[in-house]
Design a binder for this molecule. Structure first.
Ligand code: GTQ
Ligand code: FE2
Length: 352
């Protein structure tokens, strides 16, 4: 009798014909039914001490306005051609005293976290004053330009959803007429006046799907975080608060949610892992994070990426409490049932 088990036919000619017909045999693609995500990103720290000098060197390389709309260095994950994670890109941007970056708008959203100096970003006609630690939003298709009248260089952290938007084939951008700064049609920080105190105007005129606040001032955010931390009995595992759209309680931008966390000197956080990716930026203090069992040191103004589904925990060094800002692509996961989150007391030992 014929032994069907040991009989080996050569099917290579069949597979050639599948290829020519642009179909793939599901039983040969293991990733389709993979039990855990396959990643094209790794943890990495971008050090202010290394990148700020490179950013200052860019002054000799590009003239703002003439050669380039923006003088920014975007962080590419070591495992990717573009993108700090698969959905987010972070980087540093520099504007010198007296310089302007012309107005434009685009479908990708951006958040800015001011690190050094001060100046203005105008968002849809509203001049927003940026000071250290302030979170400033430029939501999808809002006109924005940057200008700086102060006397020291202004550097901030950019955070955008460009990899996600490009992946959806939804990237569009346009220049403001004459590559100029936009007209100022609103008073300075008017969105903070209208929406910045846990109240909203009784007459509800806001209809957009992003936060009506263009700025979350650091003074308010940090005070709020520290009061919360105090009210919880100053847990040694630290405290975190999420920035919200004051109308919906949802994320500040449809694709990006932001957090501010405090970790007291000499203490460590709980461990977390989740499907969304996260970029952390150090506003105060220094320390290190354990990400999937490896140690990543950080200090003031460094930023680092925690890829999807990686266990991580933060340790603040002795001497100064650490304040970490973070942004996450979590809002992209939630509507599709893709959000998975776990916590533990400590990062589990790495699997062999
Ligand atoms: O400041 O408008 O890092 O449009 C990338 C794209 C900054 C900006 C970036 C941008 C901007
Ligand atoms: Fe932009």
């Amino acid at each position: 009798m014929e032994n069907r088990m040991t009989e080996k036919k050569d099917h290579s000619e069949y597979f050639e014909r599948l290829k020519a017909a642009h179909v793939a045999a599901l039983w040969t693609i293991p990733g389709t039914l993979a039990e855990e995500p396959t990643l094209d990103e790794v943890p990495h720290v971008w050090k202010a001490k290394e990148i700020f000098p490179l950013l200052h060197e860019a002054v000799d390389v590009v003239d703002l306005g003439d050669d380039a709309d923006r003088r920014a260095l975007n962080a590419s994950n070591p495992k990717r051609v573009f993108g700090t994670s698969h959905n987010l890109v972070a980087g540093y941007q520099l504007v010198l005293p007296g310089e302007t970056a012309p107005a434009h708008r685009h479908t990708p959203s951006a958040i800015r976290l001011l690190l050094e100096g001060s100046g203005h970003t105008t968002v849809d006609g509203e001049p927003v004053l940026m000071e250290p630690g302030d979170l400033v939003l430029t939501p999808p298709m809002t006109w924005h330009d940057h200008r700086h009248e102060g006397d020291t260089p202004m550097i901030w952290l950019d955070g955008l959803d460009v990899p996600f938007v490009r992946g959806q084939h939804a990237q569009f951008a346009e220049e403001y007429p004459n590559e100029a700064l936009q007209d100022l049609t609103e008073a300075e920080d008017v969105s903070v006046a209208r929406y910045g105190a846990g109240m909203i105007p009784a007459e509800r005129t806001w209809t957009k799907n992003h936060s009506p606040l263009n700025k979350y001032p650091y003074k308010t955010s940090k005070e709020s975080l520290l009061r919360f931390h105090e009210s919880e009995g100053r847990p040694s595992t630290g405290s975190s608060m999420e920035y919200v759209n004051p109308i919906t309680g949802g994320p500040v931008i449809p694709t990006i949610t932001c957090f501010l966390s405090v970790q007291e000197a000499g203490t460590k956080s709980r461990a977390y892992r989740h499907t969304p990716s996260k970029v952390f930026c150090v506003l105060e203090g220094s320390g290190y994070s354990i990400i999937n069992g490896e140690r990543y040191d950080w200090e003031k103004h460094d930023f680092f990426v925690v890829p999807s589904w990686h266990w991580y925990e933060h340790h603040a060094n002795e001497g100064e409490d650490a304040v970490l800002f973070s942004m996450s692509d979590r809002p992209i996961y939630e509507p599709f049932g893709l959000l998975r989150e776990q916590t533990a007391d400590a990062v589990p030992a790495a699997k062999n």
